[in-house]
Write a protein that binds this ligand. Structure first.
Ligand SMILES: Cc1cc2nc3c(=O)[nH]c(=O)nc-3n(C[C@H](O)[C@H](O)[C@H](O)COP(=O)(O)OP(=O)(O)OC[C@H]3O[C@@H](n4cnc5c(N)ncnc54)[C@H](O)[C@@H]3O)c2cc1C
Length: 363
């Protein structure tokens, strides 16, 4: 039976949910105001397998989330869509000591048993590193992961939402204030509002454990127009460097906890990002800054994402708290929400990611 479903938020979670629901023939409306959206500001590294986070539930989400991209790209191809926003380019992790590199390598070998999409793992000599990335300047130890991928979040949501429209869905660029009248118009409502979940649930009397974190990222234009096949570079510390094709390189991103929902571009911080990028990757010296992206990530107090039903609301679904790995986990979470909104079972254990810990009714 066709359902009438509203999705509030058109970042990676909302756009993926909308795509899968519209694909099944459901009537979908996506409301997305868009200011500060994390997805379209994001750098886009998909390489969760060597993370040292010990949270097993998060790791399952991230690892299965990375694997889900294959399915998403295949589904888009079947629908005549374009999945060039995603590319398996390989990733290079830089570590300060040979011991740390070896530990990561061994962790990777173990995790690869359940995650073949990780591909080949190789500790690179300085010569091998320079052969792969001639402009790199580092004495650090390098570990290459062939399955690492990069993603253009903005291009991805644009493609998914174009498919939604093709499937008969509607997009509306407005801010929604949630109330009972709005909820009654739909068979199900999905809140994919990222860092703005506290604001949208406030009128219904809920307190939400989510805070915003500012992220700034610089897009530089180099003359290396063939850089689309280069691997992404992940040094220890804040910045990553992502050559993304046509000479463009993303450098970022900051993690500014004290700035919350502020989305102003700060020249000092941007210059610092550029300096760090240039020092690591000499190809960036003299490159032109063509854009600075600023977005707001959503964090819970224990850094875990959640999704499922809003407590006490059988037709109101939610996901948030995706933090700095939301491009990795977001499509799989959006897919789970689509299944639930369509009356199907989730493919992940809902009890591991319950919203109840983070969303409570105010007394
Ligand atoms: C600079 C930066 C770099 C990042 N790099 C990576 C990375 O390398 N790898 C990775 O895995 N992740 C990365 N992330 C994290 C990732 O981008 C986010 O976790 C993910 O995009 C969150 O997706 P979302 O759909 O939950 O929220 P969002 O993308 O923020 O989307 C939420 C949308 O809801 C809209 N909205 C909210 N409330 C309302 C309302 N009431 N009415 C209408 N619209 C509303 C907002 O305007 C917004 O457009 C990065 C994030 C940033 C900011």
């Amino acid at each position: 039976m066709t359902r009438n479903i509203a999705i509030i938020g058109g970042g990676i979670v909302g756009a993926t949910a909308a795509y899968y629901l519209s694909r099944q023939g459901h009537q979908v409306t996506v409301f997305d105001e868009g200011t500060g959206q994390a997805t379209s500001a994001a750098a886009g590294i998909i390489c969760p397998w060597l993370s040292k986070r010990r949270n097993k539930k998060w790791y399952r989400l991230a690892s299965e989330g990375a694997a889900f991209y294959k399915r998403l790209c295949e589904d888009l191809a079947t629908d005549g869509g374009d999945s060039s926003f995603y590319k398996v380019s390989g990733a290079i992790l830089l570590k300060k000591t040979p011991k740390a590199t070896k530990e990561q390598y061994e962790l990777g070998l173990k995790r690869r048993e359940d995650a073949p999409e990780m591909g080949d793992l190789k500790i690179l000599s300085q010569e091998e590193l320079i052969a792969l990335l001639p402009s790199i300047q580092t004495q650090e130890n390098a570990l290459f992961v062939s399955g690492g991928a990069r993603l253009d979040g903005g291009a991805m949501v644009a493609e998914l939402l174009a498919q939604v429209v093709k499937n008969g869905g509607t997009l509306s660029k407005v801010w929604i204030d949630l109330n009972e009248t709005f909820l009654k118009q739909y068979d199900a409502v999905i809140l994919a509002t990222g860092a703005w979940l506290p604001q949208i649930l406030e009128p219904l009397g809920y307190r939400v454990d989510i805070r915003g974190q500012k992220g700034q990222l610089v897009v530089l234009q180099t003359d290396d127009v063939d850089n689309g096949d280069l691997p992404v570079i992940m040094p220890e510390g804040e910045i990553d460097v992502l050559p993304i094709g046509n000479g463009k390189v993303f450098v970022g991103a900051t993690h500014e906890n004290d700035k919350g929902y502020d989305i102003t571009v700060e020249p000092d911080i941007v210059n610092h990002l550029i300096e760090q990028g240039e020092a690591l990757f000499t190809r960036l010296q003299g490159a032109q800054t063509i854009e600075v992206k600023v977005g707001t990530r959503a964090y819970t107090s224990d850094f875990s994402p959640f999704f499922g039903y809003v407590p006490g609301q059988p037709h109101l679904l939610v996901a948030s708290g995706l933090g700095s790995s939301g491009l990795t986990t977001g499509p799989l979470i959006g897919y789970q929400l689509a299944r639930l909104a369509a009356g199907q079972e989730a493919t992940l254990p809902l009890e591991d990611y319950l919203p109840n810990h983070y969303i409570v009714l105010r007394k």
